[in-house]
Design a protein. Structure first.
Length: 385
């Protein structure tokens, strides 16, 4: 059986790595990879491919950056002839980026079954581009693999048939565990001069947080206030760094530096590879983020996480993990951070099935279901006549 997987952005790489490794274990699966190139520079793509042992893509679409409409349209335009030529028995998409939606629409119109990994997550905020991608992808996918029971309930409320939904766990945690021995040997803390469990980590990249100079300025002021008590390391997304530079010193009380982070203060560093970043998070005292994936990783690692948004599409990280959704009010961010720093660190508590084996479950289900498809011959090739 021929399965094509599509990736495009940095979060996709973490999710697809264990899936591809599991597919390679089965001789009856011909696994092919398409990289749309939504994230294309070395820090955002190449390093992740190397560290996560992702094979070189069989097809690179080289779409690059651009507006949501441009990226979606270009992926569809460039992917259609590829899928028409390959004619896979299934297409696997992960996450909620533009490449996810574009690949799904393209495959469905070619009558190729689509499996969506990380389906059913909802923020209930349609101002988020990712929410639109999630809703549309789930509406037309054939196999929906969910990470938590709440996601399953979301899909059922939207009218998705129960027999299309599979509760399998979280492939992000598969990668976390698969590469634990590697990231545990990272020397990033020593390079930055950071003591264990005595620093914070920040990630910011969502347009709602970084495109509005007032919101971004307020967030940076709040983080700078917290950073007076302990070092706070800020691996800075290129988009975010550009926005910070545009503030041009207009935010009073903001102190940013880019040298060693061994004393209290807010320290911007270049984007980190997966292994260094996981090592940094695992030993942190507190995490601030607007990223969905980091909420999940922090929950499993037992690191207190403050989500700098008004909502989360991953509520299990709140009910079963260490996450707290605090919004973007500077006063509340500082208040919640102080509360965390004055409270003993919690013990890790894993959500159900976040055990590092989600990829095995997903591939087993796909192999079982695809065997039942009429026209799939013994040599793994579909008779399309």
């Amino acid at each position: 059986m021929k399965i094509v997987s599509v990736v495009g952005a940095r979060p996709n790489f973490v999710k697809i790595s264990p899936l591809l490794a599991e597919m390679r274990r089965h001789p009856d699966v011909c696994s092919l990879l398409v990289n749309t190139g939504q994230h294309y520079d070395a820090n955002m793509a190449d390093q992740f491919f190397q560290e996560l042992q992702i094979p070189q893509a069989d097809v690179s679409l080289e779409v690059g950056s651009g507006s949501h409409a441009y990226q979606t349209a270009e992926v569809m335009r460039r992917l259609e002839p590829v899928l028409d030529r390959l004619r896979p028995d299934a297409l696997v998409v992960v996450g909620d980026v533009n490449s996810t939606l574009a690949a799904t629409v393209t495959a469905v119109k070619l009558r190729i079954p689509v499996a969506h990994v990380e389906a059913g997550l909802r923020s209930f905020d349609r101002a988020m581009p990712e929410e639109i991608n999630r809703l549309l992808t789930d509406a037309i996918s054939d196999y929906l693999f969910v990470t938590e029971e709440g996601a399953r309930q979301n899909l059922l409320r939207e009218g998705v048939a129960d027999d299309k939904i599979f509760f399998v766990g979280n492939v992000m945690i598969d990668s976390l565990e698969r590469y634990r021995s590697s990231w545990e040997h990272s020397r990033i803390r020593a390079q930055l001069g950071l003591p264990e469990s005595a620093y914070g980590v920040v990630t910011l990249h969502r347009p709602s947080n970084v495109d509005d100079p007032i919101v971004l300025g307020d967030l940076l002021k709040a983080l700078s206030e917290v950073a007076r008590q302990l070092p706070v390391v800020f691996p800075c997304h290129p988009r975010t760094r550009t926005r910070i530079a545009q503030l041009n010193g207009s935010v009073s009380g903001l102190e940013l530096r880019s040298d060693r982070a061994d004393t209290p203060g807010l320290c911007c560093v270049d984007p980190l590879g997966y292994l260094d970043f996981m090592a940094l998070v695992a030993s942190a005292r507190i995490v601030f983020t607007d990223s969905g994936g980091l909420q999940e990783e922090a929950a499993v690692l037992g690191v207190p996480c403050l989500t700098l948004r008004e909502n989360t599409e991953r509520p299990v990280t709140v009910t079963h993990g260490t996450n707290r959704v605090v919004g973007t009010s500077p006063a509340r961010i500082v208040q919640e951070a102080i509360r965390v720093l004055q409270t003993p660190a919690p013990s890790p508590s894993r959500p159900p099935l976040w055990d590092g084996n989600a990829s095995e479950r997903i591939v087993a289900i796909l192999r079982d279901r695809l065997r039942r498809v009429p026209g799939l011959t013994g040599d793994g090739q579909r008779n399309h006549t």
